[in-house]
Design a binder for this molecule. Sequence first.
Ligand SMILES: [Zn+2]
Length: 101
Amino acid sequence: MADSPLFASKKCPVCLQWSTWQQQPDDRCEHCGNLLDPQAEKSAIAREELANQKMPSVILMEISPDDGPVKRFFKTIVRGGQLAFAAILSFIMWVVAAVAG
Ligand SMILES: [Zn+2]
């Protein structure tokens, strides 16, 4: 039973009793209902957040509220160009991934 990958058991970090563990980050203790592997859930959330972060390498130009109207106008154009560039770049990456995959 210990060799089965689906029905492993894990010692609960809260009540210290053994509980069946399906190696999922949201598995809970049979005895007290606490998470068997709180670290795994944390890292799963971190991974999800990382995946949701789009184009972290693209640094957008900041428009500060005390900029004059002309400065703001040009900054908005530059920003639009940066966004278009990022969109084209992600499209190329998508095509490359689709062709390679
Ligand atoms: Zn427990």
